[in-house]
Design a protein around this ligand. Sequence first.
Ligand code: NAP
Ligand code: 8YV
Length: 335
Amino acid sequence: MPAALGRPQEIEALKNVDVLMLSPMMPLVLEGIAREFNLLKAWEAPDREAFIREHAPRIRGMAPGSHYRVDGALMDKLPKLEIIANFGVGYDTIDAAEAGRRGIIVTNTPDVLTEEVADLAIGLLLATIRQLPQVDRYLRAGKWLEKPYPLTATLRDRKVGILGLGRIGKAVAKRLEAFGLEIGYHGRSAQKDVPYRFYPSLVEMAKDADVLMCVAPGGTETKGMVNAEVMRALGPDGVLINVGRGSVVDERALIEALRNKEILTAGLDVFEDEPRVPKELIEIEHAVLLPHVGSASVHTRNAMGQLVVDNLSSWFAGRGPLTPVAETPWTGRAA
Ligand code: NAP
Ligand code: 8YV
């Protein structure tokens, strides 16, 4: 049993527990953590590295911001680290397998954002196919006074292939069913009790579909899996929507596919190198580009933030993590 999982059951003097935050997070998280623990704000220090070095021997918890990589090298510096509480369901910036090997728990924020992100995915799909941002700009520019906006493509009769039929993928599928659309999915394996067709091959799914809805996680396994071949298979009437991770789509191949009209258009909430978006994508007027706002409502971000705080509270109160990730399962406290 790794050391962190076998701590003796005792009432913690929580205020003595050092929790490291690498970049500022929403007030609810900052205040929630500071209320219970000794919050170390690395970004306020003149020298972040020196600050981490100074406090490292005592740091037991961590709430990293989304733009920092938490890898083995950082874990090496934090010998007492027990838990990394991620803000977000996706945790591809954290080397969770490495954390697991060291007995460090990683938690994420599943479920509380599922419906919000699914709503956004549907909004982005409609906005992309019916060109809603472009139509809005048209009206504001006074062009309606000259002539009606040109007719657009349609969502009607489309087949949607979902890459990543997990919590969010299923919530998207449920909404698409209400739209009367045929749905298929691709993942590492077929799922029981799912009424949609499973495609073992992403290319085969793309051939059959004319919307590819990507809700897959980031990481080395999925990196660039929506590549030139997949886009060619999706075809000239095909629409790519990505609300999963930017790294899942080969962005250069996407730009080429859009430029060469190998696919019709794309709606993207996530990008390879956020917040930087290639100018070639920005120049493609018919694509719809959002600044990673899938979960970005006050309601849902509060729920996510609270779950970050609650995971730390629960862990340091000796009750285990609330939402550990698959690589660091909670097996209970040793007697
Ligand atoms: P989830 O329940 O874990 O679902 C992930 C799905 O991806 C699973 O169904 C899994 O199916 C599939 N998958 C995993 N690895 C795969 C691979 N190598 N090839 C093909 N499919 C693979 O996670 P979730 O809660 O739905 O969240 C999904 C992702 O959405 C997050 O990881 C995050 O990146 C993204 N997200 C984005 C936003 C946003 O603001 N845009 C907000 C929240 C989440 P199998 O196990 O069958 O392969
Ligand atoms: C968050 C996300 O916006 O949960 C995720 O995986 O991508 C989003 O909900 C993000 O992680 C916070 O910056």
